[in-house]
Design a protein around this ligand. Structure first.
Ligand code: FAD
Length: 389
């Protein structure tokens, strides 16, 4: 069985690896270099603390792989289980936190509900004053997305996957209803190559709608620019502090190595509704970074006046209306695995395995993926993920 995977981010690579493990012959095309889309721009967070069951399940399965990645793939992804700490400022959100923790625990996650005072045991510089509740999970953490890309790519190549960088899919062909072929073109080639395939996997992240459109499919996924700043905080954020999120204010930070910290968040509400994924500013806005640092300084003692903004970048979230991905065989021969809405790095291992199941078995018994079907929006059957930063 011949399968073409479109996109060399963490999702495409995890899918290519899982397919090859199941004996499928795989070609992967990436129009730039591996990981150069959203993956390399991610904060690397991995967590079980979501508000929807399906996201908690995707995390449970994925964490099983992240926690043993080095044994399985021979690459140390620098996993640090510092935990994630979510903070609530009002009672409605606190009630939502209680429901989330109950559901997460029911699904086997070690999440706990804390008082703001208890939260300071994990984040000593936190001002508990503005908050009414917190949740914490000690098995959440962070890893390096570039190392994960490297691990998946090397393992996939060893299993025979033909990984072609600087090569784009330029068209998809359907016969009757089924996708049966693709045109791919290397950057410096004058003509495209026609590949006859049994399956195409659309793992093109924020570009997935463009790839879907090549097969006449309209995907409800939009690119949204999100930024991260690397700062030298004063005082430094201790390395064991969790990734800490002030949910209502859309502010988060986490320790980096050597006293540095990453600061992020979306709080200015100025999304460009016509964002072109091929023409977005990949640099960090200085005013945004100053505001992000100020926001984090309002609820912690870190990020005082001497805090220095070192550098930063922007990347794209591929966002669906309910902040869940689309993972399905959209039309015969075309599997969509995109729209991860800012949490796709962590869900790559489970998503790759689901893709392999869909291609090889036509279905998956890993988990119930009906909440990830593309037609859920037409049928009004959506559950929105609310723990989004
Ligand atoms: C600032 C920021 C912070 C984030 N933080 C986190 C986090 O803490 N935890 C987390 O889990 N997630 C996080 N994310 C989200 C995460 O980065 C994405 O969900 C994840 O990387 C998606 O992976 P992907 O492989 O689907 O997409 P991508 O990495 O974007 O890969 C898609 C690839 O497809 C390629 N492509 C597009 N069109 C074509 C074509 N026609 N032919 C060939 N190739 C094509 C692109 O070049 C690209 O490399 C963050 C994202 C951003 C921007």
């Amino acid at each position: 069985m011949d399968t073409l995977v479109v996109g060399g981010g963490v999702i495409g690579l995890a899918a290519a690896h899982a397919l090859a493990e199941r004996g499928v012959s795989v070609t992967l095309v990436e129009k730039g270099s591996l990981g150069n889309g959203s993956t390399a721009r991610s904060a690397g967070g991995i967590r079980s603390q979501f508000s929807s069951r399906v996201n908690v399940e995707l995390s449970r399965i994925s964490k099983g792989v992240w926690n043993t990645f080095e044994e399985q793939f021979g690459v140390d992804i620098e996993l640090r289980q510092n935990g994630y700490l979510f903070l609530a400022r009002n009672e409605d959100v606190a009630e939502q936190f209680r429901e989330n923790v109950d559901m997460q625990r029911e699904l086997g996650a070690k999440s706990e509900l804390l008082t703001p005072a208890e939260a300071t045991e994990h984040c000593p510089g936190l001002d508990p004053g503005p908050f009414v509740a917190a949740t914490y999970n000690p098995t959440d953490g962070i890893a390096d997305p570039n190392l994960a890309v490297q691990g998946y790519a090397e393992a996939a190549r060893e299993l025979g996957v033909d990984i072609r960088t600087k090569t784009a899919v330029t068209d998809l062909h359907r016969e009757d209803d089924r996708v049966v072929a693709a045109d791919v073109q290397a950057v410096n080639a004058e003509t495209s190559e026609h590949l006859e395939v049994d399956y195409v996997v659309n793992a093109a992240g924020a570009w997935a709608p463009t790839v879907g459109a090549m097969a006449g499919i309209d995907l409800p996924i939009v690119p949204r620019r999100r930024q991260i700043a690397v700062v030298d905080p004063t005082p430094p954020v201790p390395e064991l502090v969790p990734l800490t999120i002030d949910l209502e204010r859309g502010s988060y930070f986490r320790p980096e190595r050597d006293g540095a910290a990453l600061v992020g968040g979306y709080f200015d509400g100025n999304d460009d509704p016509d964002q072109d994924p091929d023409a977005y500013d990949e640099g960090m806005d200085v005013e945004w970074a100053a505001q992000a640092v100020e926001n984090a300084s309002e609820y912690t003692e870190y990020f005082g006046l001497d805090t220095r903004i070192k550098r930063g970048w922007a990347g794209l979230y591929a966002v669906t209306p309910d902040h869940h991905p689309i993972v399905e065989e959209t039309v015969p021969g075309l599997v969509t695995v995109a729209g991860f809405s800012g949490h796709g790095f962590q869900h790559a291992p489970a998503s790759g395995q689901i893709v392999a199941d869909l291609v090889v078995d036509g279905d998956t018994d890993l988990l119930d993926i009906s909440p990830l079907s593309g037609d859920r929006f037409e049928h009004g059957e959506t559950v929105t993920e609310r723990s989004v930063a």
